[in-house]
Write a protein that binds this ligand. Sequence first.
Ligand SMILES: *[C@@H]1O[C@H](CO)[C@@H](O)[C@H](O)[C@H]1NC(C)=O
Ligand SMILES: *[C@@H]1O[C@H](CO)[C@@H](O)[C@H](O)[C@H]1NC(C)=O
Length: 428
Amino acid sequence: MSFLGCTKSAFVLCVGLSIVLLAINNMNEFGNGPTTDEEIKECGFYPGELCKALFEGKPAALVVGNICQAALPPSREEGEAILRSNCSTLINDLHIITKPLSAEEADYPLAYILTIHKQLDMFTKLLAAIYAPQNVYCIHIDLKSPKTYSQAVRRLAGCFHNVFLSSRQETVVYAGFSRLRADVNCMEDLVRSDLPWRNVINLCGQDFPVKTNKEIVRYLKSKWKGKNLTPGVIQPPHIRYRTQVAYKEFVHKGKSYVYPTQEKKAGPPHNITLYFGTAYYALTRGFVEFVLTDQRAKDLLEWSKNTYSPDEHYWVTLNRMKDFPGSTPDAGWEGNIRAVKWRDQQGISHSGCSGHYVRDICVFGLGDLRWLVDSPHLFANKFDPSRYGLVTDCLERHYRIRVLQGAAGVPLEPGWYFPDEYSTRTIQ
Ligand SMILES: *[C@@H]1O[C@H](CO)[C@@H](O)[C@H](O)[C@H]1NC(C)=O
Ligand SMILES: *[C@@H]1O[C@H](CO)[C@@H](O)[C@H](O)[C@H]1NC(C)=O
């Protein structure tokens, strides 16, 4: 394919159109993208330019991107590859940043709780993105997860002094107490850590960062100085069903769910006013230490065992209590913790989902990239690299460049950059 005749300013569009024409030329039937290795290589010919055009929201780039994305080789579970590799190879292949990128960041270590259960490639992308040597990472692997997956995560964690698996594991049920318990398990480990982390942030396996470590540190140090960030409001009437009757978790042969029983529940202990909010937070160390020992917090945890989705009331409720360290009794929904496109927010906070909705939450497609990088939030949810591989490929490159641009007083190592080709999709 020749790009002769493309002027520099129109280069991206021209590359795009050339690829489209090539791709369309090669389509045998409507809907079929390029299929041979050669055609796929054309898609990967200029991913940097393609991603750039996508971030700029160019319609032609979206057409090409979608064709190319459909042609990407399906992402593989790379557990076996990780288990075969040694740590120096893994750290190289994942382009892990091995030094703090500024004194400011080194002086403000963060803790992360990652609750994961599937999609190893998404986990490795997430860890590679958020990893910094001064931070600490507690990983909770669902007991349901496949053995190779768990072994690979354990292997990877073993390559770092500051990444560990939670000492107690749960079988996590969607909307169940086990989800909250997984976070608490990690907190119990984290408060024992010698690493002087200041705030803890929780993530799930389908999150990806929007802001860099430095930006996160600055946001927490300024807007939420010494405070916990737990967006939410007093439990609204339409949410009361979650705590009025007792719920039970069902787990059997790969199936799991939470279901209501006939049993009526008494109100919360200590006459605590219940709040409702996101399960995502940034909490101070002082708050976490307090919550793990305070009797009211312990009693509320016990009471929450048979409620629906207690992770959406527990943290926000405790953080509205006046005498809890770093609490914000008067806060509401503010706080840029997560960029999420809710289905019912379509036309209000976003103009639609370019991917598809799962449980009323958008799984981001290529047309969402622009919205994502413009978002004021620290992290975004949800991503699925098996379905939208180019979304995460573009995002991780764009993100890494921003991270390295923010470095101060540290020589940047060549291995920290992503090569501009698809070969990084697989660990050799
Ligand atoms: C790790 O594996 C690579 C590739 O197999 C090999 O070249 C290297 O010597 C190994 N490094 C160590 C420390 O074992
Ligand atoms: C519980 O709280 C309500 C409303 O805040 C108050 O009216 C009531 O007296 C309290 N009950 C106890 C036992 O403290």
